[in-house]
Design a protein around this ligand. Structure first.
Ligand SMILES: Cc1cc2nc3c(=O)[nH]c(=O)nc-3n(C[C@H](O)[C@H](O)[C@H](O)COP(=O)(O)OP(=O)(O)OC[C@H]3O[C@@H](n4cnc5c(N)ncnc54)[C@H](O)[C@@H]3O)c2cc1C
Length: 395
């Protein structure tokens, strides 16, 4: 299996840059081939040495970046006080003190499918855009696959299906990047990332050293990991290594609707994936048409006696035995019971087919979405004495 290319793209870019950049790309006949440009790596200096002088060698860096990393897709993320923008606009003074201060404030962005932006951000956005997938170890039973963090998760699922490698078929059609998958231990239809996770390589943003995190280091839990708790924002995941199995595959089809869907079909990882894609498409809004971040809240876990008390009042309440003798209650059930399903509050709505998904009707600001999320949280607390936790990352 051949590796494609590797690149880490750090974008710190002012909107005023875009015109000269596009002009440059046009001159170089790169328009269409390169979607945009980024000043890569300058601010935390994790890529090529050359980038450290980016403020004085801006155009050179553009070319170097394109050549060095063989990048065919660059994504632009802006922030208004970027020093480079000031230089391009005629200010020859580069104040590294100010620049360092701005770039101390950073955030990490994958595909953005699990983030709610509620305020403007004046700082550095680290976007992971490295690509590549290769099998690095193989036995009769399984393979270890090395995947760059910038790959799209669902593309990897499709790649695994094509190569008849099992383990992630139940995680079909989850939006986002591979690098974000360990952050909340993505899961669906009875499978979680931790079930196939071997290790990941992550860059410590402060020390700039790469560290390997094995399964036991990651503290994976339901929609959580060390990267969402103790080490939140301290590491940029650069590569993920998965252990995928060869035939005979282990199928996980206990989920009611999935079982029903596969009743008259041959059991195979490809058919499981097809069924899951069909179910997900029927239940979840299409992110390219309706803005949403998937499940807004985690399913809460309550003590058995709390659940039994609730059952006295709400006879149809759902609950499943979970870790530490706790009962997991579907958050969607609680929200639906309170009558939110399909309701609209101006620009924000609760999806008509799944109450756990808050949708943007087109023009909602992040803060408006958050307001509705808080309202739901308060109502759930008042009526069920349950604290709903956000699954979505609020920025
Ligand atoms: C319609 C829809 C359905 C969904 N269904 C599911 C589902 O079934 N199961 C599930 O678990 N999730 C689901 N999600 C949530 C989402 O798909 C996952 O959380 C996904 O892993 C997010 O990937 P991303 O690249 O978009 O991450 P982002 O939204 O960009 O980032 C999420 C978090 O991870 C951090 N992060 C991102 N990349 C890296 C990196 N390389 N290194 C360090 N930190 C990083 C960010 O700082 C942020 O805190 C769904 C979302 C949508 C919109």
């Amino acid at each position: 299996m051949s590796k494609r290319y590797e690149a880490m793209v750090l974008s710190c870019m002012d909107p005023r840059f875009q015109k000269p950049v596009h002009k440059y790309l046009k001159e170089k006949k790169l328009t269409g081939k390169y979607s945009a440009f980024t000043i890569a790596g300058g601010s935390i200096g994790v890529t090529n040495e050359k980038f450290k002088k980016w403020h004085s060698t801006f155009w050179e860096n553009l070319e170097t970046s394109i050549k060095l990393h063989k990048i065919n897709k660059l994504i632009v993320i802006n922030h208004k006080d970027c020093g480079a923008a000031k230089i391009v606009n005629g200010n020859k003074k580069f104040n590294s003190l100010i620049e360092n201060k701005i770039h101390k404030n950073y955030r990490i962005l994958g595909g953005g499918s699990n983030i709610l932006f509620t305020t403007n951000f004046n700082g550095l956005t680290i976007h992971i855009a490295n690509k590549g997938i290769s099998i690095i170890k193989e036995s009769i039973k399984d393979v270890i696959v090395e995947i760059s963090a910038g790959e799209n998760w669902h593309d990897i699922v499709l790649w695994a299906l094509k190569n008849n490698l099992g383990g992630i078929e139940n995680l079909s059609l989850i939006p986002g990047s591979v690098g974000a998958a360990p952050i909340q231990n993505i899961g669906a239809y009875g499978v979680e990332l931790k079930d196939v996770f071997f290790c990941c390589e992550a860059l410590n943003v402060k020390t700039k050293k790469i560290k390997k995190f094995y399964l036991e280091d990651c503290e994976f839990e339901y929609r959580s990991s060390i990267f969402k708790t103790k080490e939140k924002n301290n590491y940029v995941i650069m590569k993920v290594f998965l252990k995928l199995n060869k035939e005979p595959h282990n199928y996980n089809i206990n989920y009611g609707e999935l079982k029903k869907n596969l009743k008259h079909k041959k059991k195979s990882i490809q058919n499981i994936s097809k069924a899951i894609i069909k179910i997900r498409k029927s239940k979840l809004p299409d992110i390219t048409k309706i803005g949403n971040a998937g499940s807004f809240f985690k399913n809460p876990m309550v003590e058995l006696n709390h659940y039994e008390n609730l059952k006295k009042t709400f006879k149809d309440i759902l609950g499943y035995e979970s870790e530490n003798n706790k009962i997991k209650i579907p958050a969607g059930w609680l929200i639906e019971k309170l009558g939110y399903k399909g309701l609209n509050f101006g620009n924000v709505g609760v999806y008509k087919k799944q109450a756990l998904v808050i949708i943007n009707n087109g023009k909602a600001k992040g803060i408006e979405v958050l307001k509705i999320a808080k309202k739901i949280q308060n109502d759930v607390k008042t009526n069920f004495d349950i604290n709903l936790e956000y699954e979505v990352n609020i920025l």
